[in-house]
Write a protein that binds this ligand. Structure first.
Ligand code: UT7
Length: 333
């Protein structure tokens, strides 16, 4: 049996400040009813301390994971942070997290793939374990979306939240862990979902600020249509490729952008609601944070050998699915 990259611990962090749909009713022209029926979201956590940044959330998530696994930070070989809200352009958020936790022997980098970021990073990290190159890799998905959201754009602002999750990857000689992944990207989707300013094309200027180009721009319906089709298609494909039937799958772990997208994906896969991990109602869309935060929430229910299908779709466009077998009884952690 070949060595696989197994998830052996999970950590998470949410800023304490909770904003409800009713709070939004006081800020913009919206209703709790609209947000709930169109997205499934009721509350989200939004950082209200201006001195905090994505690295602070990521650091807390990784610290929890290290504590659970009783791991010394110097044992980490590699740490990847998937994020579209890095603290700054340079240094990377991953470098800052390593410094915060004292991961002195790790190398680290950020990975940008929007809502698919954690899935991309998990796939990348798993390769370094499978080749035998490394023994301990931390994969973080973290986004402080509140810092790049335009709170006058009612369609976009209500859906996003802040949060971070982290997992530890270790070699598993029994063969539990990442079994397969299918990843895609299509840059032509960039026109429907982007944040244009602050890079080399539109460096920060008076005009970029005045034209609100440092905020996320999303054509909701266009993104929705692509997400519904592609997330379902790639999830069905990974099932077929690995000879999996709906009854074989213990959990669908889907990106939390919109409950309607999730339900439609599950339906195409033939998976019932009792097998869908869901926390969109409480956290909203935390971008790269959604998938590890689902694992964080559902860890006590996970059992050794459970077959999990991850699925994500996001800006880029980027999307994909990943098939993983769970390596430990979560209730004992
Ligand atoms: O995670 C990254 C990838 N992102 C996604 O997967 C997001 C995909 N898109 C979506 O989830 C949905 O498109 C949204 C939740 C963003 C929007 O829902 P929608 O059902 O597509 O709404 P819409 O943009 O088509 O707007 C429908 C109506 C419009 O009014 P009219 O023109 O029909 O009178 C909007 O002005 O709803 C109105 N509307 C709102 N009404 C109350 C838009 N936002 C709001 C709001 N409150 N917050």
């Amino acid at each position: 049996m070949s060595v696989k990259a197994a998830i052996t611990a999970v950590g998470g962090y949410l800023p304490p400040n909770v904003v409800t749909n009713f709070d939004f009713e006081k800020m913009i022209d919206t209703t709790d009813e609209w947000i709930t029926t169109r997205t499934g979201i009721k509350t989200r956590h939004l950082e209200n301390d201006p001195n905090k940044a994505t690295s602070d959330m990521a650091t807390e998530a990784v610290k929890e994971l290290l504590q659970k696994r009783k791991l010394d930070p110097t044992e980490i070989d590699l740490l990847i942070v998937a994020t579209v809200t890095p603290d700054m352009m340079l240094p990377t958020t991953a470098n800052i997290v390593c410094d915060n936790i004292g991961a002195k022997n790790a190398w680290s980098f950020d990975l940008t793939a929007a809502c698919s970021g954690f899935l991309y990073a998990l796939s990348v990290g798993s390769q370094f374990i499978e080749t035998g190159k490394y023994k301990k890799i931390v994969i973080v998905g973290a986004d402080m979306m509140s810092r790049i959201i335009d709170y006058t754009d009612r369609t976009t602002c209500v859906i996003f939240g802040d949060g971070a999750g982290a997992v530890l990857l270790e070699p598993n000689p029994e063969g539990y862990g990442v079994q397969d992944f299918i990843l895609h990207s299509d840059g032509s989707g960039g026109k429907h979902l982007n944040l244009r300013a602050g890079g080399s094309k539109y460096p920060a200027s008076f005009e970029t600020v005045q034209n609100r180009m440092h905020y996320v721009y999303q054509e909701g319906q266009a993104v929705f249509k692509h997400a519904v089709v592609n997330m379902a298609e790639v999830s069905v494909k990974i099932m077929e490729k690995n000879g999996l039937k709906a009854e074989d799958i213990a959990w669908l772990v889907p990106h939390q952008a919109n409950k309607r997208i999730i339900d439609s994906t599950a339906q195409r896969m033939g998976i019932g609601p009792e097998k869908i991990m869901m926390n969109i109602e409480r956290y909203g869309n935390t971008t790269a944070g959604t998938l590890p935060l689902l694992l964080w929430d559902y860890e006590p229910q996970l059992k050794k050998g459970d077959k999990l299908i991850f699925a994500a779709f996001g800006g880029g466009f980027t999307w994909g699915s990943l098939y993983l077998t769970w390596a430990y009884d979560g209730s004992k952690n």
